[in-house]
Ligand binder design. Structure first.
Ligand SMILES: Nc1nc2c([nH]c(=O)n2[C@H]2C[C@H](O)[C@@H](COP(=O)(O)OP(=O)(O)OP(=O)(O)O)O2)c(=O)[nH]1
Ligand SMILES: [Mg+2]
Length: 321
């Protein structure tokens, strides 16, 4: 049986991400007398009956900021009763945003926003703004090939990869720790973030940026195992796993396999349509994973994903300069 339309009983609220040329985003402080007064939010408001979300957001941005905005793709949708927050990229706008409803406005780098000043519904949207659209997962190096492995990591960092999962599932803890330290030092040098597969305790001991939990590990947890100073990601394969990832407060998820993949030939591909429908009520940023090439990133973004996660699309050991 088909799932009911996600969020159908929730009030549909649209909010816009406006950016300045320096990559800062616009946040507004909700004025006295309104719900969540004092909280910082992304400008927007409720969709009126009969209005499309795009028309509603264009109207709200005209009323609240006096600008003419072109509404772009959805970045993330977050069901958070009684609302469903539908966060859209603003492709461009005319006019200079100014406060028309007594709200304070501020342009700020997403990384500098204090998440505790945002309403709960906005926090996954902030996380999404702080994550890149490419997530590289490492293959397991063959014995004695660690230096070639580290050079490939360096090439990926030069290519602008900013988020990496070190995945060494069958290795001993000591062996993982030794390689993880070296990968960590490379990542630190270029400002990229490194997550360790499964072992969050070791990730914390080594000062890595967080952990990526396999589905079976996440299933056994009732809350995220690391604080908000670290990233917690979860591998998901269906709607129930996505829901659980959001419930334990994970920062983001991967959803796989989107397409048929050689590495997991036994798994049935979800397909873009099904996967993208699940994002309507996922409530956290989700990377598309499984059988994807780097050129499918645009399709992933247009389908509501954070971007794509992959091994082979980003791992280029034989790169010739
Ligand atoms: N605009 C906006 N509203 C948000 C965000 N996060 C969040 O929880 N909300 C909540 C606050 C409100 O309960 C609801 C949207 O209300 P709103 O006051 O902006 O609606 P509106 O512009 O249509 O104004 P109003 O006429 O109802 O006062 O969604 C956000 O980032 N932007
Ligand atoms: Mg509003």
């Amino acid at each position: 049986m088909a799932d009911p339309a996600p969020g159908s009983s929730l009030v549909h609220v649209v909010a816009g991400i406006l950016r300045d040329p320096g990559g800062r985003v616009l946040v507004a402080q909700r004025p006295e007398g309104k719900q969540h007064a004092g909280c910082w939010e992304f400008p927007g408001g409720k969709v009126e009956p009969g209005e499309t979300p795009e028309a509603a957001l264009t109207r709200e941005l005209r009323e609240e900021l006096g600008i003419r905005a072109r509404v772009g793709r959805r970045r993330i949708a977050i069901p958070h009763a009684p609302i469903r927050l539908d966060v859209r990229e603003i492709e461009s706008f005319e006019g200079h945003p100014r406060s028309r409803e007594h709200q304070r406005l501020r342009w700020i780098e997403p990384e500098r926003v204090d998440r505790t000043l945002l309403p709960l519904a906005d926090r996954p949207a902030l996380t999404s703004l702080c994550l890149p659209d490419r997530y590289m997962i490492t293959p397991v190096p063959e014995d004695g090939r660690e230096s070639a492995f580290l050079s490939t990591i360096e090439s990926a960092l030069e290519d602008g990869i900013g988020l990496i999962q070190l995945r060494l599932p069958a290795w001993s803890r000591e062996h993982v720790a030794a390689l993880a330290r070296r990968v960590r030092d490379l990542c630190r040098g270029s400002g990229a973030r490194i997550l360790l597969h499964a072992d969050w305790r070791l990730a914390a001991i080594l000062g890595l940026d967080g952990v990526h939990l396999p589905a079976r590990v996440a299933r056994a947890l009732a809350a995220r195992p690391l604080g908000h100073g670290s990233l917690v990601a979860v591998s998901c394969h269906d709607r129930a796993e996505l829901r659980h990832a959001a419930e334990i407060g994970a920062d983001f998820a991967t959803l796989s396999p989107i397409e048929a993949t050689r590495s997991h030939p036994q798994a049935n591909a979800l397909g873009w349509k099904t996967a993208s429908a699940w994002l309507d009520d996922a409530g956290l940023p989700v990377f598309a994973l499984g059988g994807l090439g780097a050129e499918q990133c645009i399709r992933a973004l247009d389908s509501g994903f954070q971007g794509i996660a992959a091994i082979s699309a980003f791992w280029r050991p034989d790169r010739i300069f």
